[in-house]
Design a protein around this ligand. Structure first.
Ligand code: JHZ
Ligand code: ZN
Length: 410
């Protein structure tokens, strides 16, 4: 179920430096039901390691995708700001790439079909690929045709033969989840039209380091990319990286653009980011050691505050049960003694419990029934949206705690 990854996914070097051990952790998107509360839970080692020459961070262990992705509890449609982001993404890509009506757009890791819907609304022919049975079923039911599988070379060939070629292939928050990236890129190349474009988005290593976002380290996220490491990765494939945008979603992400090799030079934006990564010292071991120190400090601060509030019998709850919240809760050692319950806007998460820590997850509408002293925003990337809809907490004298980039009580 777990394999050791002892070489760099980008350059194959074995000179990796382990800098942050988060202990054994459960898979972040496998929430417990009341039935499996009595069963022994599986946990897997979670250790972050870096290949300094590549400026590339990866996990030291790879948990089998079958464990992580066949039943998936995260749904993109649960966050309104994220749906707006997808709407903008579809509009911008159709215009930037000059896509004609009925052009084929394939979305890898299409989740509940949220991004496909935005492309379909704007006249594109769409197809999703996602291994999660629960999500593929849902998307298909809603008319977003979805192949329930990983985007393997065989799946890529079948799509090419039956629907292809694709003018656009997207992969939002899935590129970091795949172990064998060169095979994935070649599969993408198989399905892509000669003038087609591959666009991927994923959290950016530069933001992870500068914003102390250590809670985004969990088993699904095998890779933490810099633009330097991406350029090196694409150099080994038949697609070339030609453009990048640094965008704010999920606490800071990269949107990268690649196409069939044409010997293009790097765009000014890629060159600017390469320069910035030198300033951020993403190639130095010390950068990662300091980051791990800051993460341990956040853990200590959060635990100290929550121990004190528990002693004072304060009503403390959580807002949002994202995957990163699961890492933060279990790494910090929080329990229902510290956090009474967590609300989440994903109906499928209700009635479940956080793995290991076993904090109940409930609908957001229950918030109004309680007097809340403190509310921790675990989905800190959506803090604006969450605070807007829960203003009554503050009006009734409650306070927010935002854990990242530093524990802050508002
Ligand atoms: P959110 C996701 O991680 C999934 P997560 C994935 N692993 C990935 O790679 C990263 O993104 C980048 C809830 N919520 O999007 C909904 C409210 O309750 O930050 C979600 O459960 N109320 C593929 O899981 C969670 O918070 C609200 O008002 O860390 C947000 O999860 C809003 C806005 C959200 O991602
Ligand atoms: Zn390397």
């Amino acid at each position: 179920m777990v394999i050791n990854k002892d070489s760099c996914r980008v350059c194959r070097s074995r000179e990796l430096y382990d800098f942050f051990d988060l202990g054994h952790q459960p898979a972040a998107n496998t929430l417990l039901t009341s039935i499996n509360l009595t069963e022994t839970e599986f946990t897997y080692p979670l250790v972050a390691t870096v290949c300094p020459p590549c400026g590339f961070m990866q996990l030291k262990h790879v948990v089998a995708p079958e464990v992580l992705f066949r039943h998936y509890q995260y749904m993109a449609s649960a966050s309104r700001s994220y749906l707006e982001h997808f709407g903008n993404l579809a509009t911008v890509l159709i215009s930037q790439l000059n896509l004609k009506q009925r052009s084929l757009v394939v979305d890898i890791g299409s989740n509940d079909g949220s991004l496909l819907k935005e492309f379909a609304k704007r006249g594109m022919a769409v197809l999703g690929v996602d291994p999660a049975k629960n999500l593929a079923e849902l998307a298909n039911k809603e008319g977003m045709e979805t192949v329930c599988d990983y985007f393997t070379p065989a799946v890529a060939r079948t799509i090419m033969a039956t629907k292809g070629p694709a003018k656009l292939i997207t992969a939002t928050n899935v590129f970091a989840h795949v172990d064998d990236l060169t095979t994935l890129i070649e599969a993408i190349s198989t399905t892509l039209d000669h003038d087609g474009v591959f666009v991927a988005q994923f959290p950016y290593l530069g933001d992870l380091i500068t914003k102390n976002a250590f809670d985004t380290i969990y088993h699904e996220h095998l890779s933490y990319f810099s633009i330097f490491s991406l350029a090196r990765l694409f150099d080994q494939t038949s697609l070339e990286l030609y453009q990048v945008e640094h965008i704010p979603i999920h606490g800071g992400s990269l949107r990268i653009f690649a196409r069939k090799r044409n010997n293009a030079t790097f765009s000014p934006a890629i060159r600017a980011l390469l320069k910035k990564e030198k300033q951020l010292k993403l190639h130095n071991q010390a950068t990662y050691e300091e980051f791990a120190r800051r993460a341990r400090r956040i853990k200590r601060d959060l635990k100290a505050i929550l121990n004190r509030l528990a002693k004072e019998k304060k009503m403390v709850i959580g807002l949002g049960a994202p995957a990163k919240g699961i890492t933060l809760i279990n790494y910090t050692g929080l329990t229902p003694v510290h956090i009474r319950f967590i609300t989440d806007s994903t109906p499928a998460k209700h009635g479940h419990f956080t793995p290991q820590s076993r904090i109940p997850i409930v609908p957001e509408k229950l918030l109004k029934d309680h007097h809340i002293d403190y509310a921790i925003i675990f989905a800190w990337n959506f803090a604006d949206e969450i605070m807007k809809k829960t203003r009554f907490i503050q009006k009734r004298g409650g306070r927010y705690i935002i854990p990242i980039p530093n524990v802050t009580v508002l």
